[in-house]
Design a protein around this ligand. Structure first.
Ligand SMILES: [Zn+2]
Length: 655
């Protein structure tokens, strides 16, 4: 199996920012995931270097366009290794081979009559470098550039895009995964429900020379569409290269939503005109806002990826971006959010599990992997949770649901932390008769850590490597570097020597807490958990007394609902206002704000009681109740949302 994954080529009129970094980290993570699965992967990124804006920017710096693009392109190329992004190919549209192929394609499409000469008068936005339709304007302005377009009349060459409209519509209908997530597929289909206009693909050299000369008319150059989009082909050696044969059939593109139309409409119609198969999937993500504000150069809130990596660490940045954004929706970047994720998810949950497990292995089994023992029910539950995580992880990574894949991974981490508290290895260690049980518990923790190192490898390569080293495994051992080979329970070998390693995620604030986490956290949480456990038990018993009959049960309208929006309720640190589809939209107020951020719950399937009498909470009408399980993690109560284990349509009845 092969994979070909691309980012857009980035326009060199600006330096790399958080948005570029996100797109490229997504593509990098996906390429690492496919490699983990044993596939032959090609990952390409690059820079788009022709056009008005580039010539203009170079003029301002009083350098030639060539010098200018060399400088900015190098900035991109040098940024990526700082984020552990490892493309196989970095393409530039000023590469000689690229220019040659673009001209060859133009000639072919021109010869077959799909490019014609015509006059065009229209509203031209310099920012977009294209003509806009009246419909696209918002209050007379270009919606992306907030300024009115100019009326321009000029003779130009046009691509007969309209000729391929129906073929594209048919293709989208026949291939449900062609554009994902679904909302963008719908957007494209809705746009295609109106007749397509032909696409202007040239500029007169009188106005622009920084482009690729048309092979059939030297008075014109091409740039953007027939220049930029074709990079996906030239980067793999189209038309004759071996790599083209090998990879094109597996092509997947990742883009931000601002370039949906060129990728979902212009590009496939160009491919149809060229007689080439279309790409397999287009993955569309939303925008990163800074706080609540759109990131922009003019506002001056641009977040630079290299600075982020230096401040928080590469793996924290990669994890945060993948975890915080529901793929397809917008997300908000704040320093507070990244610090919180680092402290709670990485230091507290993952880091603590790793360090306390290795510390116990050092102390109780002399730093050797113990023998697995007889599995009790609590062990089976842990194993099942791990196996379930593995299968969901694979499915979600394939579907670009990175945030969901990571949610699942963190559920296993919580489970394992809880397993330690409940199993009390420190108590078992006091009783020689309990030695086999102690071994079994510690072996199970080694297995959990190994599987975590395996699944985190594409997301956090450095952390995964440190974990592997701690577990005494070579970094290319299939047990932590191959899925599914390593994705089974019980592959750790008894007697393997573990290695002492530094903590993988020390907390970033509060030095007092850091001490206790390193030394006493195990004992502390064990003590705290005892009375809490008793309380919970008492509650369960009282519920059992109130048995209901089937008739009463039937009165409860339980349904699967999809959370489509969520926000905090002002003045409440406990309540989230959720908009759910079940299948009609309704508002439900849920007391989960201490355990979930609004971004975390959007897109989830949850279980609700749909016919609970509506109540008003903090001024909001709540029409139903979201079900959550109450559990103990590290001696603290935590609510975990319930869900269904398979794909179910929102509104499905639960009985
Ligand atoms: Zn514009």
């Amino acid at each position: 199996m092969t994979t070909y994954i691309t980012t857009p080529i980035y326009y060199v009129n600006a330096e790399p920012h958080l948005g570029h970094a996100y797109t490229t980290i997504i593509a990098d993570t996906y390429s690492r995931f496919r490699r983990l699965c044993g596939e032959d992967v090609r990952f390409q990124t690059g820079t788009d270097e022709h056009g008005d804006k580039i010539a203009e920017a170079a003029g301002k710096e009083q350098v030639s366009p060539g010098e200018y693009v060399d400088r900015i392109s190098a900035l991109y190329r040098k940024s990526w290794p700082l984020l552990d992004i490892a493309p196989d190919n970095f393409i530039r549209t000023t590469d000689a081979v690229h220019i040659q192929t673009v001209q060859r394609v133009l000639q072919q499409v021109y010869d077959q009559g799909d490019i014609y000469f015509g006059e065009y008068s229209g509203l031209y936005c310099k920012g977009c470098e294209r003509f806009l339709t009246e419909k696209e304007l918002v209050g007379g302005n270009c919606p992306d550039h907030q300024r009115p377009p100019e009326q321009i009349t000029e003779q130009n060459y046009f691509f007969r895009m309209s000729r391929y409209q129906q073929a594209l519509i048919d293709h989208i209908h026949a291939h449900p995964d062609f554009i994902t997530p679904e909302r963008y597929r719908n957007e494209v289909l809705s746009f295609l429900s109106e007749p397509l206009e032909d696409l202007c693909i040239s500029r007169p050299t009188a106005r622009l020379t920084w482009g690729i000369p048309l092979p059939f008319d030297s008075r014109f150059v091409t740039y953007v569409w027939f220049d930029a989009l074709i990079n996906y082909l030239t980067g793999i050696g189209y038309p004759d290269g071996e790599s083209f044969e090998k990879y094109w059939g597996a092509a997947e593109h990742v883009i931000a939503k601002d370039i949906l139309k060129p990728h979902a409409i212009y590009w496939p119609t160009m491919l149809l005109a060229m007689g080439l198969p279309l790409y397999q999937r287009l993955h569309v993500h939303g925008y990163w806002n800074v706080g609540d504000v759109k990131m922009s150069k003019s506002i001056g809130n641009v977040v630079r990826p290299a600075e982020l990596a230096a401040e928080y660490g590469v793996d924290t940045v990669r994890y945060f971006l993948l975890r915080e954004m529901s793929f397809g929706l917008d997300a908000s970047f704040t320093s507070a959010a990244i610090v919180t994720r680092k402290n709670s998810d990485l230091a507290n949950d993952l880091g603590n599990l790793f360090s306390r497990s290795l510390a116990m292995l050092e102390k109780y089994t002399q730093g050797l992997v113990p023998a697995p023992g007889i599995a009790l029910e609590i062990d089976e539950t842990l194993t099942q949770a791990a196996l379930q995580m593995l299968s969901q992880y694979h499915e979600n990574m394939e579907r670009f649901q990175f945030h969901r894949a990571l949610q699942g991974v963190w559920e296993l981490i919580s489970h394992a932390n809880k397993y330690i508290v409940v199993s009390e290895p420190w108590t078992l260690a006091k009783d020689p008769a309990q030695q086999p049980r102690l071994s079994a518990v510690l072996y199970n923790l080694v297995e959990c850590l190994r599987l975590l190192a395996l699944v985190l490898r594409p997301v956090m390569p450095q952390t995964s490597a440190k974990m592997a080293a701690g577990l005494g495994l070579e970094n290319d051992d299939p047990r932590i570097s191959h899925f599914p080979q390593g994705a089974h329970w019980g592959l750790s070998t008894a007697g393997t020597r573990l290695q002492k390693t530094e903590a993988i995620f020390p907390r970033v604030d509060n030095p007092e807490k850091e001490q206790s986490a390193a030394g006493k956290s195990v004992a502390v949480s064990a003590k705290q958990s005892a009375p809490a456990k008793e309380k919970k038990k008492a509650k369960v018993e009282s519920v059992e007394i109130g048995v209901i009959d089937f008739f009463h049960f039937q009165q409860v309208d339980l349904r699967v609902a999809e959370v489509v929006a969520a926000e905090r309720i002002v003045k409440s640190d406990r309540l989230l206002k959720l908009t759910v589809k079940a299948p009609e939209e309704r508002t439900i107020v849920a007391g989960i704000a201490q355990y979930y951020t609004p971004e975390e719950v959007v897109g989830r399937l949850v279980l609700i009681v749909a016919n609970l009498k509506p109540v008003e909470l903090m001024g909001v009408q709540s029409q139903g109740m979201v079900l959550a399980a109450s559990t103990m993690v590290d001696g603290k109560k935590r609510l975990v949302l319930t869900t269904v284990s398979g794909q179910v349509v929102a509104g499905s009845k639960v009985a």
